[in-house]
Design a protein around this ligand. Structure first.
Ligand code: GLA
Length: 721
């Protein structure tokens, strides 16, 4: 069997081509220098199908063999990566190897986000498969980031026949495991409580997780981990897969009759039937794979580096983002220009660097029944032009940012009056509303263009350094008012392409603009979005204690720099909980830091504390954003204290963060152990004369003071001395 090996610094990914041209998956894991074909076994399995060319050999069955890109039609009844239907509605596809090519550059995908790397820092392998009977060609693309130990996958499907075919399912990647006792770690949630980590063993049958909501969703995140049942944060084997896509997705994990596992991920295939005319091609989104044999922390840190340096782009990719104040929780829709300046003045006084004007500055948007779609400045409400307001903010030494929700429309708007056909509404049916709004058909270029023109006119009218791009409902009533374009899967996918195009055009036109993603908080928090928006508002839940759990789950697949996180008012608007301002800031500093309250309303002591927080964040941001992140607790398991630390790449600096979750009379002392230090290093703690050894900090830990009161927080900064 001919083998194809992809090598990274510490991993090997190997495939094999059988003499009949079947592309098998041989191995993915720790680096090996070996032909892994020996792992394959051949037995006559009861009721196993055999390809025709196997002749009398009943031991060769694709229902048992590990495959690279399985399809329905070869006798494999497990989860398929691709299903093709011909013009008569016949399913049946049998992809055979045709050719292999290599290039020194990382491939890119037209219209879709993809991992990028400088020339020479990554390579691409393309494997072309074909089914001549159907007339389909599949190009499997592999991006190899050797230094980073990342392998990316994507596929291009081309109709090479003379008749239309339909792709009923077309995933980005499929990964087979011949053996192993694995758990799946997935990240479920709801609005205001996104990305809770859940871990359970993979059982026989198919476990699937996905979204049909038109966005990657609050409910399930397109990031998954398969971990050996013994794997923990520091030890053991695990595999991650992150889909760079912001729309409907699905991940299927199947354990078969012989305890083999298949993990497959891509665009959700429910109601998906994508037609391809002769000559047409379909590009799948990209999936990024990581293998770690050193536990979950190492896996997460690889994703952090990947997303920080090879997915995020733009002027703010590596520099400190301005510390911002957002007026949403301070005013909601009820503000005037004067009020905004009032909030900005106090914030500027305390050191905040940017004012973000949230929802409510446009059209007749004084409640959430109207205004979306009318991207013209409400000068009456602002008491003047946006330029005048922006100038006032700039005169305070601050930058200025603006909220938009381009994909949406209220029926009560001039836009809807003029272009009712731009919204998703099925003729003869009353549309389903969400937050009193409808969704614009971003699969249509003229709709994207119309909104883009309106919004860029506003951006051009004033000095604007930041945009918060929101999306506040799921997509129903999928109907495009373009004749012949009524295919659900096609519209939903092209909708996502429309969103990406909108963002791409915005970034091309304003290369210095910082865009923060948002979808009712973290409903579209995925690696696809991060290609356009280097940070995403992590959740509408700003309660410090609940945020700890949300940010813990988020950290498995996404870097800290991607997490928008703010100090808000107490009692917290989502939970009613009271925490002190220090605790709120320690939690918000595990992200791109900001405020979301009226700082005029806090006490003088709290103002002093805010000034200190800003000084601290400026001092620590590099360590926080570019350092290694270590989870030191598990929500639900460690109920006394939550803790995490940042360690610089050179291990000379550590920031330990601890928050107490419970309080007791005459309490026992908790010791928290740091991670990632030099065992034989000597560390000094800021504000103390004591010297600690790295070993002691990691093996024995530091005592956390016993104090009165709930939800206290500590930040301890150690440097090598
Ligand atoms: C969403 C966002 C919030 C805020 C509101 C404005 O819920 O997540 O941060 O911008 O919309 O309507």
């Amino acid at each position: 069997m001919e083998t194809i090996s992809l090598q990274t610094k510490n991993t090997t990914y190997q495939m094999g081509v059988t003499p009949n041209g079947f592309l098998l998956h041989l191995y993915y894991g720790k680096k090996v220098d070996c032909n892994m074909e020996y792992l394959l076994t051949a037995y006559d399995r009861g009721f196993a199908m055999n390809p025709y060319e196997a002749g009398n050999d009943r031991t060769f069955s694709l229902d048992v063999l590990p495959q690279e890109y399985p399809c329905y039609g070869t006798g494999d009844f497990r989860t398929a990566a691709v299903n093709v239907k011909n013009s008569q509605g016949v399913y049946g596809c049998d992809l055979r190897f045709r050719s292999l090519s290599r290039s020194e550059e990382k491939y890119q995908i037209p219209g879709l986000p993809a991992v990028y790397a400088e020339k020479g820092r990554a390579e691409t392998i393309e494997i072309t498969l074909e089914d001549r009977a159907v007339g389909v060609e599949v190009v499997l693309k592999y991006g190899i980031l050797a230094d980073l130990d990342v392998i990316t996958r994507s596929a291009v499907i081309k109709n090479t026949g003379n008749e239309e075919i339909v792709l009923d399912k077309v995933y980005s990647a499929s990964l087979d495991f011949l053996q192993g006792d694995y758990d799946v770690l997935h990240f479920y949630g709801r609005h205001g409580m996104e990305r809770n980590m859940e871990r359970h063993s993979v059982v026989h049958g198919i476990q699937s997780y996905g979204s049909k909501r038109g966005m990657s969703s609050h409910q399930h995140n397109p990031f998954f981990i398969l971990a050996d049942s013994e794997t923990n944060e520091d030890h053991g084997t695990c595999y991650g897969v992150s889909l760079l896509y912001s729309g409907n997705f699905n991940c299927e994990i199947e354990k078969d009759q012989f305890n083999q596992i298949r993990m497959a991920i891509g665009i959700n295939n429910e109601m998906f039937a994508y037609p391809l005319k002769p000559g047409e091609e379909f590009y799948t989104p990209e999936a990024a794979l990581v293998y770690s044999r050193d536990g979950l922390t190492a896996l997460s840190q690889t994703y952090h580096r990947l997303i920080r340096y090879h997915v995020c782009r733009g002027a703010y990719k590596e520099v400190r983002r301005p510390i911002l104040i957002n007026n949403w929780e301070a005013t909601y829709l009820d503000f005037t220009g004067e009020k905004i300046v009032d909030i900005a003045k106090q914030a500027a006084d305390l050191g905040v660097e940017m004012l973000v004007l949230d929802d409510g500055w446009f059209g007749e948007r004084n409640d959430d029944f109207r205004g979306l779609g009318d991207w013209t400045v409400n000068e009456k409400k602002l008491g003047g032009s946006l330029a005048a307001l922006s100038d006032k903010i700039h005169s305070l030494g601050m930058k200025f940012g603006l909220w938009i929700e381009p994909e949406m429309v209220n029926e009560n708007s001039r836009l809807y009056e003029k272009h009712p056909d731009w919204a998703f509404v099925i003729p003869g049916r009353l549309p389903v509303r969400g937050r009193n709004q409808l969704v614009l058909d971003f699969s249509r270029k003229e709709v994207v263009g119309g909104i883009f023109d309106q919004i860029t006119k506003v951006i051009d009218s004033a000095q604007i350094e930041y945009i918060k791009m929101d999306m506040n409902r799921g997509i129903c009533d999928v109907y495009s008012a373009v004749e012949g374009q009524q295919n659900f899967g096609k519209i939903m996918h092209e909708y996502v392409l429309g969103v990406y195009e909108f963002l791409d055009r915005l970034l091309k036109r304003y290369p210095k603009l910082l865009i923060e993603g948002c979808a009712g908080g973290g409903g579209r928090f995925d690696a696809g979005m991060l290609y356009y928006t280097p940070q995403i508002w992590c959740s509408d839940n700003t309660d410090a204690i609940e945020r700890i759990r949300i940010q813990h789950g988020t950290s498995f697949g996404y870097p800290i720099s991607a997490v928008g996180s703010h100090v808000s008012a107490v009692p917290n608007h989502q939970t009613g909980r009271i925490t002190d301002i220090h605790t709120r800031s320690v939690v918000a500093m595990a992200g791109s830091f900001g405020y979301e309250l009226d700082l005029n309303k806090i006490s003088e002591d709290e103002k002093k504390e805010v000034k200190k927080q800003i000084r601290d964040y400026k001092k620590y941001w590099n360590l926080i954003h570019n350092g290694k992140y270590y989870r030191l607790h598990t929500p639900g398991k460690d109920t006394e204290m939550a803790a995490w630390n940042f360690t610089s790449e050179d291990q000379r600096e550590v920031l330990l963060n601890v928050v107490s979750l419970d309080t007791h009379c005459n309490s026992p002392v908790t010791y928290i152990k740091c991670k990632g230090l030099k065992a034989d290093g000597k560390y000094c703690r800021e504000g103390s004369t004591r010297v600690y050894s790295g070993n002691a900090l990691m093996e024995i830990g530091v005592p956390i003071p016993v104090v009165m009161g709930e939800y206290k927080a500590w930040q301890m900064h150690f440097t090598e001395c």
